[in-house]
Design a protein around this ligand. Structure first.
Ligand code: DGJ
Length: 739
C-alpha cells in the first residue's frame, strides 16, 4: 500500500493490493481524475490517461488553445461555469455576486493513518499502518479560499474515504452554497444505478435502473437520511451480479439531508456527487473560519455485489462503529412497545420481563410512555422525568426490579422532540424549529427541538444524564419520529438560516458524543420511526439500529436484504413479534419469524405471557439457539443467495471466519404445488472441508455444496401428505453446516 507522488509528472497514485486511484495536476492547476478501479502497475507517468481533444462548441480555458476544456476532462472536484457545465461539487457565492471559482493545486501532505474529522462521524484507524492519507491543498486565487481534499486509502480494504474542508484565508465573507463530500468522474456510463428506497415500514428496497444521459439522483430533504432513500448507491456493471463483476459503492457517513447524484454527459462520462443536499444549504464562511464536509466512502469490487457488501460490512463494523459493544455479541432483548404500547403499569412490565427471563431473554427495554405526561402521543415529549403514577420508584425502581430478575434494563428516549403539551415547551416555546409568522407543522403531534442551539442540546443532555446516573441502565433506544418542517432557528441571523439543517445534525452528533463517552458501556440503538436514520453517521455512535417498524417476517426479508448491501448484520435490529402482525395483519409461523430475526441482533417485541405453552417452549429453544450461534450471525461473512425482490424463495447465509461453520436461511413466501426440484449453490465454504448438515444428518464437501448446490426441495415437491405438514405459505428453514 502507498501513496506515490511523482514530482515531474505531478501525478498521485494511491494503491493497495487491490485498487488504484490516480489523479494529476492539470495544466490549469486544477486536479484531474485519471483512474479508479482494480490495481494497475505503478509508473512514473500516467498522462496518457488524460483525454484532451478539440471539440466543436466547447469552451476553452486558455487563449490560443483548443484542447483544455474542463467539461471534457474528468475532475476531482468539479466547479461550474468556467468551461465545465456539469453539476459541480462546489458553489460559492462571493460578496460581489460572483460564483466562479478555480481551485488550483498548491501543495500536499501524505500522512500515515487517518486524521479525525472534528465533530463529525467518520471511519478511523487503530494503527497507522492500516491506512495512508493524502491531503491535497488547493487554493482559489481570487477569494483566497483554501480547499483541502482528503483521501484515505485503507491497506486491507477496497475502500477510499474522502472529504473536503474549506478555509477562508481571504479577507471577505463568502457563502458556501454547495460543498459535496465527493465528486467522482468515471470514463463511461456502462452501469446500472442501484439505490435503496422505500417508505416507512418498507425501507431500503433494492431498486435498479440503467444509467441514462442526464441527471439521476436520490436524496433527502427531511432533516434525516430518511425512510425514502439511503445515503448509499452502487454503480454496477450491467453484467455484474452478486457473485461476479465490477461495482463501486458510494456511501455518505452522514445522517441529515443528502444528495446522491449521477450525471451522464453526452460524451458518455459519468459524474457522481455525494454529500450534503445543496438545497437550503448556505454556510456563511467568514475570514479565518472553516467548514468541514462529512465523509464519503467509495468501495470497489471486481468480484460481485456480495464482495462489495462484505467490504462495507467489515469496514463499518470494525472501523466506523466504536466502543465497548463494537466486537461483542448483542444481548437478546424484549421490548414492550408492541406488547403494551402506552398502556402499561410497572406490574405489567415486570410480568412481561419475568416471563422473558424464564425464556432466556437477557435485556428488558422499556419503550415510549414512561415519562412526564406521556400517556399517549399528544403530550409529555421533552419532559425526561419518570411518571411516578406508572413507576412509583421512578426509573431506578423499575431498573432495580429488572436487575433483580437477573436481566439488564434498557430505556427509550426521543431526545430531539417536544410535544407542545409539555413543561419543556411551555418554558421554552422558541426552542422548536419554526419559521416566524408561519404555522409550525407537526408530525405525530410533536415538534422538533432546535438542536442547532447548544443550550437546547445541553438541557436535554442534563436531563438524560440525570436519569442515566440515577439508575442502572444498560441500553438506550434513541428514537426520532418525524421529519423537519419550516426549518428555521430563532437563534441564528437571517444570513445563517441556510446552516440550520446541518447545525441540527451536528447538535445530534454532539449529544451522542457526550452520552457515549460519559456512559461508554451503554449499548445504543438508533431508531427513527424504524429505519429513517439507518445510516453510517448513526453507526459511528450506535452500533445497532432499529431496522424498521415493520416486524412482519416476510416484509423483513426485503428490508434486511436491501439493508445488507451496505450495513452489517450486527447493526440490524430484528425482533420476533406477535401474529397477526401489527403492521400487516399477516400470520406467519413462529419459526419463520425467528429464522428471519436471527440474521440481525435478535429480540422479541411481544408479551410472551400471551403465547401458548407450546409457543413459549419454542421461544426458549430459539433463544438457546441464538445464544449458541449469535457470534456467527452477527460477525460472520454474509452472502445474499436469492433475492426476495425477484423470487418466491429468499436465501442468504453466514459463514464463520475459519469457514468451519455456516448457516443458510431459506424462506419460501408462497407454497407451491407440485414444485420443481431446487438446489442452491452456496458460497464462501472451503471446497476441501466436509460439512455435516444438521438438517438431514448427511455430510457434504464444500465443493459439492458450492458447485452442485444444497438440495432444498422437500417431499412437498410432489404432493401434500400428512408427512409434509410443514409445507405452508411463509415457510422457512435453517441449514446448519459444521465442518
Ligand atoms: C417508533 C419506533 O420505531 C417504535 O419502535 C417505537 O419505539 C415508537 N416509535 C414509540 O413511540
Amino acid at each position: 500500500m502507498g501513496i506515490f507522488f511523482n514530482k515531474r509528472t505531478q501525478t498521485f497514485h494511491l494503491f493497495n493490493d487491490n485498487i488504484s486511484y490516480i489523479m494529476t495536476v492539470l495544466p490549469g492547476g486544477q486536479m484531474g481524475q485519471l483512474y479508479f478501479g482494480k490495481k494497475i502497475h505503478h509508473r512514473e507517468d500516467f498522462s496518457y490517461l488524460l483525454e484532451t481533444a478539440p471539440r466543436p462548441m466547447a469552451s476553452y480555458l486558455f487563449e490560443n488553445d483548443r484542447t483544455f476544456s474542463l467539461e471534457h476532462i474528468r475532475q476531482e472536484y468539479g466547479v461550474y461555469g468556467s468551461t465545465d457545465y456539469r453539476s459541480p461539487a462546489v458553489d460559492i457565492l462571493q460578496e460581489n455576486g460572483a460564483r466562479i471559482c478555480d481551485f488550483q493545486y498548491v501543495d500536499h501532505m501524505i500522512t500515515p493513518g487517518k486524521p479525525k474529522l472534528a465533530g463529525l462521524p467518520a471511519t478511523y484507524t487503530e494503527e497507522d499502518s492500516e491506512a495512508d492519507t493524502l491531503i491535497l491543498i488547493l487554493r482559489d486565487p481570487v477569494t483566497g479560499i483554501r480547499l483541502q481534499l482528503l483521501y484515505t486509502i485503507f491497506s486491507g480494504e477496497n475502500a477510499i474515504a474522502r472529504s473536503a474542508a474549506f478555509y477562508n484565508d481571504g479577507d471577505k465573507t463568502v457563502h458556501l452554497q454547495k460543498a459535496m463530500s465527493l465528486c467522482m468522474d468515471l470514463p463511461d456510463y456502462n452501469y446500472d444505478l442501484m439505490h435503496f428506497s422505500g417508505a416507512w415500514s418498507r425501507e431500503r428496497h433494492t431498486k435498479i435502473r440503467s444509467l441514462e444521459m442526464g441527471i439521476q439522483s436520490v436524496g433527502s430533504m427531511r432533516g434525516h437520511s430518511s425512510h425514502e432513500h439511503n445515503p448509499f448507491v452502487i454503480l454496477k456493471r450491467k453484467t455484474a451480479d452478486e457473485f461476479q463483476g465490477e461495482a463501486i459503492g458510494f456511501s455518505l457517513v452522514y445522517s441529515g439531508n443528502f444528495l446522491a447524484q449521477v450525471e451522464v454527459d453526452t460524451h458518455e462520462t459519468t459524474r457522481v456527487l455525494l454529500g450534503i443536499h445543496p438545497d437550503w444549504f448556505d454556510w456563511k464562511l467568514e475570514p479565518e473560519s472553516s467548514f468541514q464536509t462529512p465523509e464519503a466512502v467509495m468501495f470497489y469490487t471486481d468480484q460481485g455485489l456480495n464482495h462489495l457488501s462484505q467490504t462495507c460490512h467489515r469496514l463499518y463494523q470494525k472501523r466506523l462503529a466504536r466502543g465497548y459493544w463494537r466486537d461483542k455479541v448483542r444481548p437478546i432483548l424484549i421490548n414492550n412497545w408492541e406488547a403494551t404500547y402506552f398502556n402499561f403499569t410497572e406490574d405489567k412490565l415486570v410480568e412481561i420481563a419475568s416471563r422473558a427471563k424464564e425464556c432466556g431473554v437477557e435485556l428488558f427495554v422499556l419503550d415510549d410512555g414512561w415519562f412526564g405526561a406521556r400517556r399517549n402521543d399528544r403530550a409529555g415529549l421533552g419532559d425526561w422525568t419518570p411518571a411516578l403514577s406508572l413507576l412509583p420508584g421512578g426509573i431506578k425502581g423499575i431498573a432495580d426490579k429488572i436487575e433483580a430478575l437477573g436481566m439488564k434494563f434498557g430505556l427509550w428516549f426521543e431526545p430531539e422532540m417536544v410535544n407542545m403539551d409539555s413543561d419543556l415547551y411551555r418554558a421554552h416555546p422558541d426552542w422548536i424549529l419554526s419559521t416566524p409568522n408561519r404555522s409550525a407543522s407537526h408530525g405525530r403531534y410533536q415538534h422538533v427541538l432546535d438542536f442547532s442551539r447548544p443550550e437546547v442540546v445541553d438541557c436535554i443532555y442534563q436531563m438524560m444524564k440525570r436519569i442515566l446516573s440515577e439508575a442502572k441502565i444498560s441500553y438506550i433506544k434513541w428514537d426520532m419520529n418525524r421529519s423537519i418542517t419550516e426549518c428555521y432557528s430563532a437563534a441564528l441571523p437571517a444570513d445563517r438560516q441556510g446552516e440550520v439543517f446541518h447545525r441540527y445534525i451536528l447538535g445530534v452528533y454532539d449529544l451522542y458524543e457526550r452520552l457515549t463517552s460519559q456512559f461508554p458501556e451503554i449499548l445504543f440503538e438508533s431508531c427513527a420511526s424504524g429505519g429513517a436514520r439507518f445510516d453510517p453517521g448513526m453507526l459511528y455512535y450506535a452500533p445497532q439500529a432499529w431496522t424498521s417498524d415493520d416486524t412482519d417476517a416476510v416484509e423483513r426479508l426485503k428490508i434486511q436484504y436491501g439493508s445488507s448491501y451496505c450495513y452489517p448484520l450486527s447493526s440490524m435490529g430484528s425482533h420476533v413479534s406477535v401474529c397477526p402482525n401489527h403492521q400487516l395483519n399477516r400470520t406467519t409461523p413462529l419459526y419463520t419469524r425467528a429464522n428471519v430475526a436471527y440474521f440481525g441482533t435478535f429480540g422479541y417485541e411481544l408479551d410472551l405471557n400471551k403465547l401458548t405453552e407450546e409457543e413459549q417452549e419454542e421461544v426458549k429453544e430459539q433463544i438457546k439457539f441464538m445464544k449458541q450461534y449469535r457470534e456467527l450471525f452477527q460477525f460472520g461473512t454474509f452472502y445474499r443467495l436469492s433475492s426476495p425482490f425477484e423470487n418466491n424463495v429468499t436465501a442468504w447465509m453466514v459463514v464463520s471466519e475459519d469457514k468451519r461453520e455456516a448457516i443458510v436461511g431459506w424462506y419460501r413466501i408462497l407454497n407451491v404445488v407440485n414444485e420443481a426440484f431446487h438446489r442452491i449453490p452456496l458460497k464462501g465454504l472451503d471446497p476441501e472441508l466436509c460439512y455435516h448438515s444438521l438438517a438431514d444428518g448427511n455430510s457434504y464437501y464444500g465443493d459439492e455444496l458450492m458447485y452442485a448446490g444444497l438440495i432444498t426441495s422437500d417431499s412437498s415437491a410432489g404432493e401434500t401428505t400428512p408427512e409434509t405438514e410443514h409445507s405452508c405459505d411463509f415457510d422457512s428453514r435453517l441449514y446448519i453446516l459444521k465442518a
